[in-house]
Design a protein around this ligand. Sequence first.
Ligand SMILES: *[C@@H]1O[C@H](CO)[C@@H](O)[C@H](O)[C@H]1NC(C)=O
Ligand SMILES: *[C@@H]1O[C@H](CO)[C@@H](O)[C@H](O)[C@H]1NC(C)=O
Ligand SMILES: *[C@@H]1O[C@H](CO)[C@@H](O)[C@H](O)[C@H]1NC(C)=O
Length: 481
Amino acid sequence: MAKLQQQHSNAAGWAPPSVQKRWLLTLLIMLSVSTLIAFFIKSAFDSCDPPHPHNFDVAASNKPAKVFSNSIKTAPSPLSFMKSKLVLLVSHELSLSGGPLLLMELAFLLRSVGTEVFWITIQKPSETDEVVYSLEQKMLVRGVQVLPAKGQEAIDTAFKADLVVLNTAVAGKWLDAVLKDDVPQVLPKVLWWIHEMRGHYFKLDYVKHLPLVGGAMIDSHVTAEYWKNRTQERLRIKMPETYVVHLGNSKELMEVAEDNVAKRVLCEHIRESLGVRDEDILFAIINSVSRGKGQDLFLRSFYESLHIIQVKKLKVPSMHAVIVGSDMSAQTKFETELRNYVMQKNIQDRVHFINKTLTVAPYLAAIDVLVQNSQARGECFGRITIEAMAFQLPVLGTAAGGTTEIVVNGTTGLLHSVGKEGVTPLAKNIVKLATHVERRLTMGKRGYERVREMFLEHHMAHRIASVLKEVLRKSKSHPHS
Ligand SMILES: *[C@@H]1O[C@H](CO)[C@@H](O)[C@H](O)[C@H]1NC(C)=O
Ligand SMILES: *[C@@H]1O[C@H](CO)[C@@H](O)[C@H](O)[C@H]1NC(C)=O
Ligand SMILES: *[C@@H]1O[C@H](CO)[C@@H](O)[C@H](O)[C@H]1NC(C)=O
């Protein structure tokens, strides 16, 4: 593909429409939901690719031809010690949401080093669900063995396993429901991966076995600290050994993010579909639409920033707010409230609602600034933040949760407080980034550098590997196993 592009590029380095179309198609297909998992598979193979963390230029010029190459790298994976171990992964559900997809990434990373992997989904919709079916097929193809949540096979596998990974706090209910009296025997080899920090997860029902499991793995330091506090104060239980594992960007996302041609094609396509011009500035929230994610407060800030620009007579290109993650079919009160606000303030031509999608890369290619406005305790981690930084976007984020561990205030973005107090500061930050182009671009570059230093797939694989090693070591020395 890279070759094809070069041959057809015109003097400006820009492909004629027919080639653009093919590019776009290829990219959209590449990024579509159905192939997403295929990419995880590929990334599992590629996980041994030696990184170039200190050589941004080499990485940046690594053209997408790689995407289509079949070469399988041979450098050892940090997870190679898991070869011929048996791992049981227990997921609360099987869907295209963050938790299950992340666990599936782990499944494929483990498969790629020869681990025997079993998968259990606790909650399945009763009728045959298309998404569940296709995800299970993807796993079977990769040699992941899918088991029913209950029954003797599940119990036997839990006993045989070297390691049992419970994904999310709610998965805790599976232990008693299935293993019953045998729970204590399995606990020492349980690694509990926790991605949430809302109050309702702090129920003894879910987490009473936490103190005795082999370890807990949590996506950010703040969240780990929060779990420690809450379990102690609310439930009077003690957290087990807890490991913080920041997530990393997949290779596929990085490949698109580092390919300027792909980015331009996607950018042009999205901007055209939104009816915005090349020079317009786009601020976007990419998150499911809900009060916790703060789209309402963002719109207020956005409106206020337009007001500041008008009053101060600042010269800036036209500004737009993009809200990706809308779900009108759900007909929520909140969604209606957002749309009413936009009508009432008469900013319909400036605000764009985009349906929920897993394919975020085109939007990241098209926008100028990511707004991460999650409220209360913020995001547990917030994968979209590192994805946006990979696309060299500065982040305007709430000073809460995982965002504070990803965004360096003043360097890779600007932080504002959660709640109503944050509305005016965010408005001012929006104006700042709209008026200071240099600053905006520099922040984006710094963000990208930070991603290459800390938030790539191989960083995550290394971090997970050291946790697995530790839990295995401890469970082996336990009298029960
Ligand atoms: C946890 O509790 C300590 C002491 O009470 C407090 O300083 C800290 O801010 C709390 N952390 C979180 C994340 O709630
Ligand atoms: C977005 O979702 C709504 C409701 O589900 C649907 O009617 C609409 O066609 C979707 N829009 C696009 C562009 O897919
Ligand atoms: C972020 O940095 C700016 C200065 O660059 C400062 O004014 C602001 O208070 C900081 N915000 C937080 C939440 O630390």
